[in-house]
Design a protein around this ligand. Structure first.
Ligand code: PLP
Length: 635
């Protein structure tokens, strides 16, 4: 394709995108395809010879589009918004056209400098303290664009881990780093995004997952008690990830409380994940939601969620950039340049070396909407969410399950989780509307998010009408099913009664000899035999935990050890639907912790003992007895 043809095809593509977005509501919001649908439509080999552009585009419409979920569709109310706007698309287009790779200042100075400036702009608009801004006099902090919020959490945890290990190594210079690593403990709420757990797995550290309060908000006292308890066990708290605007229900951890409590644990890194909600803090009336940010070491939000910027654009600010980069710096000769000391090299701020010119699209968005235009957009979505909340509240068959502060409403039919699962499933199957569930306070709820850029009040009313229609149908059917079930049960009971009376008449002496009844039935012993713990190759150690908190520890790589472990298939393991995108299997209680779940610190010591005993060629009889009794007796 030469530039003449690119001009022609480019214009056609712009036309195609505009038509696509303008006529989205003529399509099903979710595709009606089965896994593998595309394999049957496309050849199994790449074409040997060039193909005609018109043919490629015709395949887009006929083969690709039928499998697309339309996130910009006015009936899409799932997850959080996927940022999208024309200025952002054009910014990305320009970035792609320039095609530079900005891993260092020298690799493309504008790429680095624009990112620093735009991150300062946005940081100021959000209301971050000055120490997060790179260009503020005397500041040690700064901002960077990462691919995703998950990456923001990962790199901050890596930085916190490096700091903690450095401190520990200074205190214990002769202890190997691996031994120090196993003492580190990170913390988050049960409502935190699963990316925190993933980061802990990658960092190979333990993560203690804590129970929030009834509003899904993690409290300062909870974190304080957990950290103090862990310190008493010889563990080292090093990282806390809080969330402002949780994925499940857009709840807010109590940052001021947590920040204050963390003052008692100097050196612990406090991260704030505000992937969705953080964008809204550009509105002055929402800045109170950011209270406590002065305690934080880092903060992230995703303009690619709620600031009209296309993926990928996840912005991260740190209080101390040296603490971040010192965990990630590697300096091969070919990447060195003469301005290394004077300029930012973003390759030290994250995992990848190569980086796109992502600041261009954010710059385009900030300039073409202005902060006031973006505030208007955020407020509009909040107004739509409030409208939806009012509609739900008017119908007494439904209830609201979260405090609606931003664009997300959590609701459910009053009734069982199963009923709500059915409602959501029939709505989604219809392709008329798309929403996803979450678990809030251990109840199944349906999330409704204001998503489309130009959504209107009519769109909200229309969505509610669809929900009500399906709910009416479902409740009617349920009532009908319930009625027929009662009638059926009654019929069966009567029949069974008649049969049973007849059978007992001929076989049970009690029925015709009341004297036998008076003698009573012998009592069954309530004592159950002690459960036997089966062992695979890994030692399973169960000890009574002293901890009574409703929390559990995600043990690095626990999942690997859990998979295929049949003993955990019983009630011992509960399926925890923590939020919309993860199904996580965890041991339901620390007391029941088994292989691959979450051993307590005491268990850890026991594990070390056992492993040493297993390795040791000469075992004392006492050590052998101790090892085998701990392994075989739960608690
Ligand atoms: N953190 C929060 C609070 C989120 O809501 C999400 C996703 O919705 C994430 C992290 C993960 O975001 P990403 O896909 O950018 O990694």
């Amino acid at each position: 394709m030469d530039s003449t043809e690119f001009r022609k095809r480019g214009m056609e593509m712009v036309e195609y995108i505009c038509t696509y977005l303008e006529t989205l509501n003529e399509r099903r919001v979710t595709p009606s395809v089965e896994p593998g649908y595309l394999r049957h439509l496309l050849p199994s080999e790449a074409p040997q010879e060039p193909e005609d552009w018109d043919q490629i585009m015709s395949d887009v419409e006929d083969k690709i589009m039928p499998g697309v979920t339309h996130w910009q569709h006015p009936r899409f109310h799932a997850y959080f918004p996927a940022g999208n706007s024309f200025p952002s698309i054009l910014g990305d287009m320009l970035g792609d056209g320039i095609g530079c790779i900005g891993f260092s200042w020298a690799a493309s100075p504008a790429c680095t400098e624009l990112e620093t400036i735009v991150l300062d702009w946005l940081g100021k608009a959000i209301g971050l303290p000055d120490h997060f801004l790179a260009l503020k006099e005397g500041s040690t902090g700064g901002g960077v664009i990462q691919t995703s919020a998950s990456e923001c959490v990962l790199v901050t945890m890596l930085a916190a881990r490096a700091q903690a290990l450095k401190r520990l190594k200074a205190q214990h210079p002769f202890v190997e780093e691996g031994h120090l690593l196993c003492k580190l403990m990170a913390y988050c709420s049960k409502e935190a995004h699963s990316c925190v757990e993933k980061a802990a797995m990658i960092c190979f550290v333990k993560l203690r997952i804590l129970e929030p309060d009834e509003h899904a908000s993690l409290r300062g006292q909870t974190i304080y008690e957990a950290m103090e308890e862990d310190e008493l066990q010889g563990l080292v708290p090093f990282f806390v990830s809080t969330t402002l605007g949780t994925t499940g229900s857009c709840a807010f951890d109590n940052l001021p409380e947590i920040g204050k409590q963390l003052q008692r644990f100097p050196g612990v890194w406090l991260h704030v994940d505000a992937a969705y909600a953080g964008n809204s803090f550009i509105c002055p009336e929402l800045k109170p939601l950011l209270k406590g940010i002065e305690y934080a070491d880092s903060f992230n939000t995703n303009p690619n969620k709620w600031l009209l910027t296309n993926f990928d654009c996840s912005t991260l600010w740190v209080r101390d950039r040296i603490r971040l980069t010192s965990a990630l710096v590697v300096d091969p000769l070919y990447l060195k340049h003469g301005y290394s000391d004077a300029a930012i090299d973003y390759r030290h701020w994250g995992v990848p070396l190569s980086r796109r010119f992502r600041s261009l699209k954010l710059w385009f968005v900030l300039r073409s909407y202005g902060i006031s235009g973006l505030q208007h957009y955020i407020r509009h979505h909040i107004k739509l969410a409030k409208r939806f909340e009012e509609l739900v509240l008017k119908d007494k068959r439904f209830e609201i399950c979260n405090q609606v502060k931003l664009g997300l409403v959590c609701f459910r039919l009053k009734g069982s989780d199963k009923l709500n699962e059915k409602l959501l499933s029939i709505i989604n199957e219809s392709g008329k509307l798309h929403m996803v569930p979450a678990s809030v306070n251990d109840r199944y709820i349906i999330r409704f998010c204001a998503v489309a850029q130009n959504a209107t009040a009519e769109d909200i009313d229309y969505a509610w009408d669809i929900i009500v229609d399906f709910a009416n149908e479902l409740l009617e059917k349920e009532q009908h099913d319930e009625l027929s079930e009662i009638i059926n049960r009654k019929k069966q009971d009567t029949l069974a009664q008649k049969r049973s009376f007849f059978v007992r008449m001929v076989s049970d002496p009690k029925i015709y000899n009341p004297a036998i009844n008076k003698a009573g039935t012998p009592k069954l012993s309530m004592e159950l035999p002690s459960p036997v713990v089966s062992r695979g190759n890994a030692p399973i150690i169960r000890t009574q935990s002293s901890v009574d908190h409703n929390s559990w520890i995600s043990w690095p790589l626990a999942f690997l050890f859990n998979s295929g472990n049949n003993e955990d298939k019983g009630n011992n393991v509960s399926l925890r639907f923590r939020h919309l995108d993860t199904n996580v299997r965890h041991s339901s209680s620390r007391r029941n912790s088994g292989a691959g779940s979450s051993p307590s610190p005491e268990n850890e010591q026991e594990l070390v003992n056992v492993q040493q005993e297993q390795k040791s060629p000469r075992k004392s009889p006492m050590a052998m007895r101790k090892a085998s009794s701990t392994r075989d007796n739960p608690n």
